[in-house]
Design a protein around this ligand. Structure first.
Ligand SMILES: [Mn+2]
Length: 417
């Protein structure tokens, strides 16, 4: 009787796991009796505990997507292990593997995001970890080319979830979303080049303690053409190349020292406004969110770039250029959740250099949890099709009021495409 009950329980949990995680079937075959933790929580969808097996983001299924054109997804994690554009502490080439290690526990209890009322691991589509783009550490020009081409190959793939509706890309196709694990911040230049080929100029929400719009002559000098492209100047070059949408870009979390007030003038010329870290004491997280939303709106495709140094070093010490006086992990997560409804087509999280982390994995955990919020925002927005964008905007009455004109423009553009 006891054994019969056990067997019934095991079967029930199998069925439940199958129903909720059909992308990741339970282990099958002759050794099936060894898999003890097949409940949906406990990372049990792959028959490993959260603390065992090979690290992928959030224990997601892994596929080396650049090795085959056939693997499809709606959201994919892809690493860009590059750190030879760094001005201070090197080490972000280990960021992708560090973030994956720090993300093991993200769906320990099943992955349901309570404040957002959604589960980014169990939704309308498919999310996987595509591994890393191969990146040389001996030639920056070649490495940036590898990152752009690797990203673009995955970005323009047909999504797993088919859509009848026209997409919002230049080609009119619905494209999947990518979340890139850096790498130092230089990688955002080739990522924006890839995005531009698919979507055209894009609005950028940039979380960072630093501007990263510096002219090469100001930031570290420019002894060569290649040295002029680094993790403090990539937005300057992105603007020069026409990759940024006009006057809809914003930095959040800024608290760097400057060469002088002219750095802010140059920042405006590049196309950014700023919310500074210290403003949180006066306007709170709600005020920070409001400023970002007012600048970006909900109508244009948006790119999200998060430097982990947005956080105070108390919460994220393992980064290339730490600055004290930053936000807590709780505050950053709240602000990221506040981006709900914004049409984020792709994102990156950069500057995690795990060698400087604590034994408690503070920084890599913070990075993983920030991306968990980003995933949820993406999932709640639905596929990147025109109809879905409209539907979501209609639902969000207060946003529609603010962004009415923009919605109309998006719809017209979509119709033409
Ligand atoms: Mn930074």
């Amino acid at each position: 009787m006891f054994f019969k009950t056990l067997a019934t329980l095991a079967c029930a949990s199998c069925a439940f796991a199958h129903a909720n995680h059909d992308q990741t079937p339970l282990a099958e075959g002759p050794h099936r009796s060894l898999w003890y933790n097949t409940l949906p929580g406990d990372g049990g969808t792959q028959a490993d505990s959260v603390f065992s097996g090979i690290s992928t983001f959030g224990r997601l299924p892994y596929f080396p997507c650049l090795a085959s054109d056939h693997e499809k997804f709606d959201i994919a994690f892809i690493g860009a292990p590059f750190d030879t554009g760094t001005s201070y502490r090197p080490g972000a080439r280990f960021g992708p593997s560090g973030i994956r290690q720090g993300s093991r526990k993200v769906r320990f209890s099943g992955g349901y995001n309570v404040p957002m009322d959604a589960n980014p691991f169990n939704f309308w589509g498919k999310v996987i970890d595509c591994g890393d783009i191969p990146v040389t550490s001996y030639d920056n020009a070649y490495a940036l080319h590898q990152i752009e081409e690797g990203h673009h190959t995955l970005l323009t793939r047909t999504p797993y979830t088919a859509s009848e509706e026209p997409g919002i890309s230049k080609s009119g196709k619905t494209l999947p979303r990518l979340i890139t694990l850096g790498g130092d911040h230089t990688i955002t230049l080739p990522l924006l080049r890839s995005i531009n080929r698919a979507y055209g100029p894009i609005s950028v929400i940039h979380f960072d303690s630093h501007l990263d719009t510096w002219k090469p002559t100001v930031f570290g000098g420019a002894p060569s053409k290649q040295a002029a492209i680094n993790h403090g100047t990539y937005f300057y070059w992105a603007a020069q190349e026409g990759l940024l949408a006009n006057d809809t870009n914003i930095h959040a979390g800024i608290r760097t020292t400057l060469s002088g007030p002219s750095d802010y003038e140059n920042d405006g010329y590049v196309g950014f406004t700023r919310v500074e870290a210290r403003e949180i004491d006066k306007i709170g997280t709600a005020g920070i969110i409001k400023k970002i939303r007012e600048r970006v709106g909900t109508h244009d495709p948006v790119y999200l770039s998060i430097d982990i140094d947005t956080l105070d070093p108390a919460f994220a010490p393992a980064t290339g250029t730490p600055e004290t006086g930053g936000w807590s992990t709780r505050e950053l997560r709240e602000i990221l959740r506040g981006l709900e409804g914004i049409n984020i087509v792709a994102a990156d999280l950069v500057e995690v250099a795990p060698a400087y982390d604590t034994n408690a994995e503070l920084t890599t955990m913070a990075a993983a949890d920030a991306l968990y919020e980003v995933m949820t925002v993406m999932v709640k927005r639905g596929p990147l099709s025109v109809k879905d964008v409209l539907k979501k905007e209609e639902k969000m009455g207060k946003l529609s009021e603010v962004e009415g004109e923009g919605m109309e423009r998006r719809f017209v553009e979509g119709e033409e495409a």
